[in-house]
Design a binder for this molecule. Structure first.
Ligand code: NAD
Length: 434
């Protein structure tokens, strides 16, 4: 029997939903508290049939406890042996067996990878090779060689994975919730972009400072499994990459002015490490946390390859053809900065375990014409370390003769009086960003 034309047309217009089976690798408190409601929504909407979990055998009791507190239960859980008991050869096999066990007949799979960063690569590689859609947490990967972080391998491994991924139709994405930031993107970059385009003014100066306010005790550098330092990665892999990304977005505006020129970024940097901490935290204060003695007192310990706590750099952007300098600036990512930590033991049920209190300062300048300076900072609210408000203060300075917002046809500068116009714009509290 034929359907009336109208009904058939309505049915055809609906997007076809292909139901998937979701595998969550790494079920920490963020997944349980923040992302499970999103998963429930897509189950209800028919995009996802159900979800399963892969985590570590050593974490079984923590995971079971975490699951008791959530409404949507996993269809199945697979616990794998810890990396200490597996090798680079056995790990892919274990991952393959676990993923195959969780497959549902005739249903494509999606995998969300949220293990501690060093385990991302093995799961991502499996998904890429097997043509399974994946979403991996940032930072994408931290290649280890003989158990130590080897940043020089990041590009090589990424290129290899990208080439392999191109051979299958699967999609691979990276979770970067902070990629679009209301202040940095909506205000700072937007205002620079408009002026760089209209005035053909390059970014000639960029100063970015991110103070993390994270305070670890010395023994925690050796013992922590989440945000570990003992594998050789630290501040940069624990969050500073967001600010490298922000700096790159600002510097890339120069393409608007010089679309055909190639530029080289030269960087020179210094770092401070856990072994330096005893010198940097006042003894009476550290002693309150039973952390008043240097944990690595001898010269040999200077060779201990912990990840960095603080890193500062100065850079220049050089025109490759002419060797002329276009942009100069500084980048500094430091966590040994004011923190709200006032407790000795790391609390279990708090995300902000180390009392992180961030303060980000960014000033970007377009030649002699314009500068935008933003300060985004946390303000603690009461006793709960997880309740932190975020504020932003934006100051712009512009050549007064250009006056007001940029027009498509800016006034010529020749002979203009060199007055400065300083505008301040306070911001009311924005949503907390952590
Ligand atoms: N470090 C940061 O600044 C930051 C910020 C935001 C997001 N992230 C991402 O959030 C995620 C969690 O980070 P974290 O440092 O809190 O991790 P974590 O050490 O708490 O591990 C997360 C979960 O993964 C499990 N897990 C660890 N190794 C595993 C393995 N080989 N196989 C299966 N499960 C495993 C753990 O048992 C835990 O339940 C990571 O993907 C990380 O990249 C990190």
């Amino acid at each position: 029997m034929e359907e009336p034309l109208g009904r058939a047309a309505v049915r055809d217009a609906r997007p076809a939903i292909r139901r998937h089976n979701l595998v969550v690798v790494g079920f920490d408190e963020i997944v349980a508290n923040k992302y499970l409601p999103c998963i429930s929504n897509v189950v209800e909407a028919g995009y996802i049939d159900s979800y399963s979990v892969i985590d570590l055998e050593s974490e079984r009791s923590t995971i079971e406890e975490r699951l008791q507190a959530v409404d949507l239960q996993p269809r199945e859980i697979v616990y794998l042996p810890d990396s200490g008991t597996t090798t680079e050869q056995t790990q892919p096999k274990l991952i393959g067996t676990a993923v195959r066990q969780l497959r549902l007949p005739d249903m494509p799979m999606k995998v969300y990878i949220a293990t501690e960063v060093q385990a991302h690569e093995a799961y991502l590689r499996y998904c890429v090779q097997s043509g399974i859609d994946s979403l991996v947490e940032k930072p994408v990967l931290a290649p280890l060689v003989d158990g130590r972080f080897t940043p020089s391998r990041i590009s090589e491994v990424m290129q290899e994975l990208i080439a392999q991924a191109a051979r299958t139709g699967a999609e691979h994405s990276v979770m970067t919730l902070s990629r679009y930031h209301r202040i940095y993107n909506g205000e700072v970059i937007r205002s620079l972009e408009e002026r760089a385009r209209n005035w053909q003014a390059p970014v000639t100066s960029l100063h970015l400072r991110a103070a993390g306010g994270v305070w670890n005790l010395q023994h925690e550098y050796e013992s922590r499994d989440d945000h570990p330092y003992r594998y050789g990665y630290g501040m940069m892999m624990h969050g500073a990459y967001h600010y490298v990304d922000l700096a790159v977005q600002c510097l890339s505006l120069n393409k608007l002015v010089f679309p055909d020129r190639r530029f080289r970024l030269e960087v020179s940097s210094f770092g401070a490490f856990p072994i330096d901490q005893h010198l940097r935290i006042p003894n009476p204060i550290a002693s309150r946390f039973e952390d008043g003695h240097p944990r690595w007192p001898d010269a040999e310990s200077l060779a201990h390859p912990f990840g960095e706590t603080d890193i500062t750099a100065t850079f220049r952007l050089v025109d490759v053809a002419s060797e002329r300098t276009l942009t100069v600036g500084t980048l500094s990512f430091e966590q040994t900065t004011p923190s709200i930590r006032s407790w000795q033991d790391l609390p279990d049920d708090v995300y902000n375990k180390n009392g992180r209190t961030s303060s980000i300062d960014l000033e970007a300048q377009l030649s002699t014409l314009y500068s935008t300076h933003v300060h985004c900072y946390d303000v603690p609210r009461g006793q709960n370390a997880d309740r932190i408000g975020a504020f932003a203060r934006l100051t712009t300075r512009a050549n007064a003769s250009l006056g007001g917002p940029p027009s498509p046809d800016p006034p010529a500068l020749g002979g203009a009086p060199c007055l400065c116009n300083i505008r301040r714009r306070p911001f009311t509290p924005s949503t907390p960003t952590r």
